[in-house]
Ligand binder design. Sequence first.
Ligand code: ZN
Length: 158
Amino acid sequence: MLPIVKLPTATLRERSRELSREELLLPEMQKLIDDMIPTMYAAEGIGLAAPQVERNIRLCVVSKEADKSLKADLVLINPSIAKISRKTNTASEGCLSVPKTSGKVKRYSDLAVSAWDRRGNPVSFQARQFFARVIQHEVDHLNGILFVDKATDIRSLD
Ligand code: ZN
């Protein structure tokens, strides 16, 4: 299990760098992925981005619970997202790196996602609603952006 860093840790505020295929296939990178997934589940998160475990690389994991279409947890390397409609929705979010805080965030409802899987193979798919929200939240992490930067109605859950 990996420690999850919280605000104001600097890693959370940096733009993470892209990974090369060579680097991705290194045993230590595969081990990091293998460690991030149980770390996410233990913390009861639905997604976890590398900056949250103090690595500024463009890697995130998303729980298969994020969407009923998912048969396995998703590993996204160097993800890029594009909105495929102008539709947005607003819902409450939280973050493992911003404990005991919630806020309402407006997100795009329909996304096209491209990334590599953990072997470096290109993957692309569409994501909607909650699934799209999770991916936007995780990609924001890779850019040093936290949900509290975009949220309204921020509340302490203490
Ligand atoms: Zn988060």
